[in-house]
Design a protein. Structure first.
Ligand code: MRU
Length: 371
């Protein structure tokens, strides 16, 4: 994997692909300290970028996997490579269904083509998935803006107080973000708001959210994850907006670890709790959240913290040497705690019947491409 030139990158877009040649990604392991672009040229580059979280967030993981498959086919477009590349990419991260969905779509599109037609077709399909992601998120933003406008009308004399968790902004997608898309749209429409951004231990994706909001000039405050309950109890939060890694058929949602606790606190205080998710995040092959695989990550993510040292250089600090740790990366929020799931088609109640009506095309085909 090579470093890519810093110049002429479209900030607010996470990925820049050049036909059948290369895919440049914004390296999220270096944010918020440094904006560095990396060039993916091989299947192994794409695999690594997803696994070590240089790209992250459910939609962006799916799009990167689609380009990873295209990169593999540019080297060798045989059936064997098509199958092996899809299996390798699918194994990188288990919870975000967008990964299996994008790979399933790519395979279905490519398998029947003669090998010589596959590289160009793969590239076109990956581009289409990327563009669809950007459009879906823009639409989530437009629908979410209406929700925020209505909420702002209830509190006309002060800025809306919103809370989010993890990073579901443009960094987690190709463009716009999911949970942050309504916030960007509301800010653009001059609806006064402020966002409580939870740190999101252990990987601190909240810092990515704070970085995004700072760039956009949106008032926000970083809080420790454990401060969220207090703020909600003190009625300092009007609504919570989070993203999703997978939505099960009954409306249960997998999202970044810590989401469930916020949903519990929000439900207790009758604070609306919205989950923003484009339709590729739906997996109706999973009857409920209990069936969703939860990724467990390396214990060193807890044992170490990363940041800028006194010498101004990036550093890792060990906060414990050899404690046994358990590091689940996601949790499940039961549908009963969710006010609505906000998709590109608008808000939908989090229950089986409503989801079936809202996204009937997702029903007969499972999210992972299986019947
Ligand atoms: O482990 P990550 O950083 O990939 O997890 C990201 C999240 O949990 C996001 O909230 C989710 O993918 C929605 S992103 C639009």
């Amino acid at each position: 994997m090579k470093k890519a030139a810093l110049l002429h990158r479209p900030l607010r877009r996470t990925l820049d692909a050049e036909k059948q040649e290369r895919v440049d990604i914004l390296d999220q392991t270096q944010l918020p300290w440094r904006e560095a672009w990396l060039r993916l040229e091989t299947l192994a580059d794409a695999e690594c970028a997803i696994r070590v979280m240089q790209v992250r967030g459910a939609p962006l993981i799916g799009v990167t996997a689609a380009y990873g498959l295209a990169l593999a086919l540019c080297q060798d477009a045989s059936d064997a490579v098509l199958n092996e590349a899809a299996v390798r990419l699918a194994a990188t991260r288990p919870t975000a269904i967008n990964l299996a969905w994008a790979l399933g779509r790519m395979r279905a599109h490519l398998a029947h083509l003669p090998p010589e037609a596959r590289p160009a077709a793969a590239w076109r399909e990956a581009d289409a998935i990327a563009e669809e992601d950007a459009r879906q998120n823009a639409s989530i933003g437009a629908h979410g803006q209406k929700i925020l406008r209505d909420l702002a009308a209830v509190h006309p004399r002060r800025p809306l107080q919103l809370m989010t968790h993890c990073n579901a902004g443009w960094l987690a997608t190709v463009e716009h973000g999911t949970a942050l898309a309504p916030i960007y749209a509301a800010h653009a429409a001059k609806i006064p708001l402020h966002v409580w951004v939870s740190e999101t231990r252990p990987r601190n994706q909240g810092l990515l959210t704070a970085w995004e909001l700072q760039q956009a000039g949106i008032p926000h405050t970083l809080i420790a994850d454990n401060a969220a309950g207090l703020l909600i109890l003190q009625e300092r939060v009007d609504a919570v907006f989070v993203g999703a890694d997978r939505v099960a058929a009954n409306g249960d949602v997998a999202n970044k670890i810590g989401t469930y606790l916020k949903a519990l606190a929000a439900a207790r205080q009758h604070v609306p709790f919205y989950v923003a998710a484009p339709s590729p995040t739906f997996d109706f092959s999973q009857p409920s959240g209990a069936d969703i695989p939860i990724e467990t990550r390396d214990g060193d993510e807890l044992r170490q913290i990363a940041g800028i040292g006194a010498n101004g250089k990036f550093a890792r600090l060990r906060i414990t040497e050899d404690e046994a740790v358990y590091n689940p990366a996601f949790d499940i929020t039961p549908a009963s705690l969710i006010t609505a799931i906000l998709t590109e088609n608008g808000p939908c109640p989090a229950n089986r019947a409503a989801l079936a009506l809202h996204a009937p095309e997702k029903w007969p085909l499972c999210g992972n491409g299986k019947k």
